[in-house]
Ligand binder design. Structure first.
Ligand SMILES: [Zn+2]
Length: 243
């Protein structure tokens, strides 16, 4: 059902390979959307077992705290473990089942760029497959829930290395001070990961550069899996370039 001006925003479902991926890659967008009343659910596919810092228990607690700060719900899916994620049909079907249960309009997943943590692009592929399988009526493993067609699959870049070259992103303006402060708190909740690098500073700097590209204080890039479709030219009021 398409939203009317009075209906609440449709759910957003975000997938992360590790407990901090969503927060670092697109936490500002999550903060912005939950503040606007959009229900957001996180699915995290490991507990960061292969990381140098933080135990799986600590990583789990950090993720729960960060999701709470952002106003999102959270679940963990035990797949193959950190650094062992494999692209296989059973995983895509499992994720498709979650899509059928949550019924999101928008789905976020890591970009498919290969030169990053290997779990990130593999999860991106799995989510892309899952978004297709979620609407296939004949899949016997998913018969218990009705098929669901999402509206958009958008990829987020966990790090600068994960940004696809040569693809123009959609820039989401996250300039509002309360959005930025919530995002920073959510990133800082992953304290075990800040021992080696100041990741919040890195992500804020990246958002600052993207914001400067479009006349905003801060912006986060998303990469649509498919061409965006508009009913008319009316929504196309803003571009990054100042002509
Ligand atoms: Zn990661």
């Amino acid at each position: 059902m398409k939203p009317t001006p009075t209906s609440p925003p449709e759910p957003l479902l975000a997938f992360g390979a590790h407990p901090d991926d969503i927060e670092f890659g697109c936490g500002g967008i999550i903060a912005r959307e939950t503040r606007a009343g959009r229900p957001v659910h996180f699915v995290v596919c490991s507990r960061g077992e292969a990381g140098t810092n933080g135990t799986p228990g600590q990583r789990t607690a950090e993720a729960k705290r960060a999701a709470k700060i952002l106003g999102a719900t959270l679940e963990f899916i035990p797949f193959d473990g950190d650094a062992h994620l494999e692209v296989k049909a059973a995983h895509a079907i499992k994720l498709a089942g979650i899509i059928r249960r949550v019924k999101p309009a928008l789905v976020l997943a890591p970009t498919l760029e290969p030169n990053q943590h290997p779990d990130h692009p593999r999860l991106g592929q799995l989510v892309r497959d899952a978004a297709r399988l979620a609407r296939y009526g004949g899949l016997k493993e998913l018969k218990s829930r009705p098929a669901h067609a999402i509206s958009q699959l958008l990829f987020y870049a966990v790090s600068p290395d994960a940004e696809p070259a040569g693809i123009q992103p959609v820039l989401i303006d996250v300039s509002a001070p309360e959005v930025i402060s919530t995002w920073v708190k959510a990133m800082e909740a992953h304290a075990s990961q800040l021992r080696t690098r100041n990741y919040p500073a890195l992500q804020l700097a990246r958002a600052g550069v993207n914001g400067s590209r479009c006349g905003a204080v801060a912006a986060i890039p998303l990469y649509p899996n498919d061409p965006l479709v508009f009913a008319s030219l009316a929504p196309l009021t803003r571009a990054a370039r100042r002509f």
